[in-house]
Ligand binder design. Structure first.
Ligand code: GLN
Length: 273
């Protein structure tokens, strides 16, 4: 539990956070106090928060879809809007599915899918950043999901080719020129590689979509998040690689998930030879 803090000290803390621009100052104050460690440590955490460090890095965790997810400094902080991606993925995935999450960051999506999907046969995650992989391994140990280091599908066992029912990813999709417009918490503290999606934001998603048909089982789905203004272009990408596109939006959380379904009637399918 947190160090006891006098009501006056607590009010001063809330005022300081509010002055620094924290919209949820009371909630943040409560969480920082609960993080514990005595007055000196609390003062240190508050100084860092006031200087702009994301609350999640100070606490060491973020809340995502009702789960407490470990986040290490620099590792992408799971966003509330990504709940849409999770529910879209869960809706199209049947029982005993084989599931891989790419660009997994903390592994938050897999951690929630482990709870939402009916007895997945296989659940694994991949990230190119060793710091993210170390973090995801902690988050996914409890659900028994292995985490691989490498670029997209590269580190996966070849035996999984053509067998995945779901490939899910919150890949980086911020256009490089828009990186400067991100909130300072993201821009200054999160790994740029987790956010920067190249000139039009779709550089990683394009490579991911191009490789997905090799790995998806007939009838399987690729499910990703995209930003505003990217839907039409990514729909064309999905169509071009042979995946049937669809879109799900949630205006309230400013979220867009896009799905690409691998047809189950592929002529000359690989199972015939
Ligand atoms: N800034 C975006 C977000 O907060 C970036 C997400 C991404 O690139 N995957 O959701």
């Amino acid at each position: 539990m947190g160090a006891p803090v006098s009501p006056a000290a607590y009010e001063a803390l809330v005022a300081r956070l509010r002055q620094a621009g924290c919209v949820w100052a009371e909630e943040e104050a409560r969480l920082l106090v609960a993080a514990g460690g005595g007055p000196q440590r609390l003062a240190g955490l508050v100084d860092r928060r006031v200087a702009g460090e994301p609350l999640e890095y100070l606490l060491g965790w973020a809340e995502f879809c009702g789960e407490r997810i470990d986040v290490d400094p620099g590792v992408f902080v799971p966003r509330a809007r990504t709940a849409l991606l999770v529910s879209a993925a869960a809706r199209v995935t049947g029982p005993a599915a084989s599931v891989v999450e790419l660009c997994c960051g903390s592994g938050a999506i897999s951690r929630v899918l482990a709870r939402r999907l009916a007895a997945p046969r296989l659940l694994a995650a991949v990230d190119v950043d060793p710091a993210a992989v170390a973090c995801a391994r902690r988050n996914l140990a409890a659900v028994g999901a292995p985490v691989f280091v490498g670029d997209l599908f590269d580190p996966l066992p070849v035996a999984w080719r053509g067998r995945l029912d779901l490939v899910v990813a919150n890949a980086p999709y911020v256009p490089t020129a828009a990186m400067a417009l991100l909130p300072p918490e993201a821009r200054r503290y999160e790994s740029a590689a987790a956010l920067d999606g190249g000139p039009d934001g779709l550089a990683v998603l394009r490579r991911l979509a191009a490789a997905a048909p090799d790995w998806l089982a007939p009838g399987g789905h690729l499910v990703v998040e995209v930003g505003q203004g990217q839907v039409d272009r990514f729909r064309a990408v999905l169509t071009e690689v042979g995946l049937a596109p669809s879109v799900v939006r949630d205006e309230a959380s400013d979220a867009i998930a896009m799905l690409g379904r691998y047809p189950d009637d592929v002529a000359g399918g690989r199972y015939e030879n």
